[in-house]
Design a protein around this ligand. Structure first.
Ligand SMILES: Nc1ncnc2c1ncn2[C@@H]1O[C@H](COP(=O)(O)OP(=O)(O)O)[C@@H](O)[C@H]1O
Ligand SMILES: [Mg+2]
Length: 421
């Protein structure tokens, strides 16, 4: 019984059934008719009068509707009632033989022996609970149980609805760790939780942004001393040494550039337009091939999305370069999946250890600096790519392939789907 809803329903059901059963029991105790030995006296008195009447004037009695028969009424004898009746008759009119028998219809018939050996046969009102009362009881309990099952399920699902909405909202965590806005409505506790989650999400967002800004500021501030160093490096006499200094400075420059780009991507809202994703990919592939990178394109279906072309190019270029360098060789395709345009980049490299997969989009994430010294970069490429993709409401995921390699998937809502709403 894992789900809270099921537990709630069970609790309600048990509560309802217990309350109904115990209150029915109390009601039956309070409202039960008097015991037969209390009521039989009145009956006995009437029967005794009628018997005396029948003994005195049988013809008159019969014409008044009394039945006088040579035998008592048939049917099984109710020993207990017969005993009570005989006792009562003894008290009222002296010894008189009497039998109460039960008919198949459930009715009772009293037979009193008259002095001439005949029997006065007289139907009686019902005494005690009806013989098949248990059937009624079972039906009554069945109805209560069915009714309370329905009520409990309905009530539990009603109570659980806001919680379920909350759960769904929390499950849809954005790639940057923030949550979509959760409606702050419903019962007090749920509203408070939604408010707290929204607050948390806003704080996470602010923290991510300020971290990015910090990275960019560091990159920016490095620029000035780097320019000075470059000037000084020009004066290094040894040709070889100077070349190395300048090359290192150039790499530093690139890193600082990417760091600044992290935020520039965020601020410059590169104009939104209809862009052909397949053409962008084709362009990048041509560009990277020209600098001898191991990149090839597979199926490039025509796909239009609504985004900033420069930014999207930059994001995809980062991913393709990663696949071609860290991943040894890159193959890229553009396809449609439902109403989304999907760019899939696969490579044949070592992939990324499973336990670090969720860190790849962190700024400055690099797996093994020693192993990768041959590739320039500061670990900002994927962080930038994710910034851009999520800004245009796209999704970016990475996963390892079997037996080796990495698959990077970027998807955007295609322009037609977006226009349709
Ligand atoms: N296709 C890939 N195959 C294996 N590792 C990768 C791949 N792409 C990225 N990585 C790992 O993720 C790290 C971060 O990538 P990125 O953000 O582009 O930074 P950079 O390329 O500058 O190191 C890389 O240093 C590398 O360790
Ligand atoms: Mg990279």
């Amino acid at each position: 019984m894992r789900s809270l809803g099921a537990r709630l329903a069970l609790l309600l059901l048990t509560a309802i059934v217990l309350v109904v059963i115990s209150s029915s029991f109390v009601a039956s105790l309070v409202m039960r008719g008097p015991r037969p030995d209390m009521t039989i006296d009145g009956t006995a008195r009437q029967l005794a009068v009628l018997a005396t009447f029948a003994e005195k004037d049988r013809a008159m009695a019969e014409s008044a509707g009394l039945i006088v028969a040579p035998m008592p009424a048939g049917g099984p004898t109710d020993e207990e009632l017969s005993h009570f009746l005989t006792e009562a008759l003894l008290r009222i009119s002296g010894m008189r033989e009497a039998i109460i028998s039960r008919q198949s219809t459930g009715g009772l018939i009293a037979s009193l022996k008259l002095s001439d050996g005949n029997w006065l046969v007289m139907p009686m009102g019902p005494h005690g609970p009806p013989p098949d009362g248990w059937k009624v009881l079972v039906g009554w309990l069945g109805l209560i149980i069915i009714g309370s099952v329905l009520v409990s399920i309905f009530a539990a699902s009603k109570i659980m609805k806001p919680l379920r909405l909350l759960e769904q909202a929390v499950a849809a965590v954005n790639p940057d760790g923030t949550l979509p806005h959760i409606p702050e409505s419903g019962p007090g506790e749920i509203r408070a939780t939604a408010q707290a989650l929204n607050g948390l999400s806003a704080r996470v967002k602010a923290a991510t942004e300020s971290r990015m800004r910090l990275v960019a500021a560091a990159g920016h501030d490095l620029r000035t001393p780097m320019t000075r160093m470059r000037l000084r490096a020009e004066f290094i006499r040894d040709e070889d040494e100077r070349r190395k200094w300048l090359a290192d400075l150039e790499e530093l420059d690139r890193i600082a550039d990417s760091a600044i780009g992290l935020v520039r991507e965020e601020i410059s809202k590169d104009s939104l337009e209809q862009v052909r994703l397949d053409r962008i990919v084709e362009g990048i592939v041509t560009e990277l091939k020209a600098i001898d990178m191991n990149v090839k394109s597979g199926d490039l279906e025509q796909a239009t999305i609504c985004a900033g072309p420069l930014a999207v190019t930059r994001a995809l270029r980062n991913l393709l370069i990663n696949a071609a360098t860290h991943g040894q060789s890159a193959t890229v395709t553009v396809t449609h999946l439902g109403n989304r345009a999907v760019v899939r980049i696969i490579d044949t490299g070592p992939g990324i250890p499973e336990d670090r997969l969720d860190q790849v989009f962190e700024p400055f994430f690099r797996i093994d600096i020693a192993r990768q010294r041959s590739f320039p970069g500061a670990g900002l490429g994927m962080a930038i790519a994710r910034e851009i993709v999520t800004r245009f409401e796209g999704e970016i995921t990475v996963r390892n392939r079997q037996p080796r390699g990495l698959e990077q998937v970027v998807s955007f809502k295609s322009a037609e789907a977006k226009a349709a709403g």
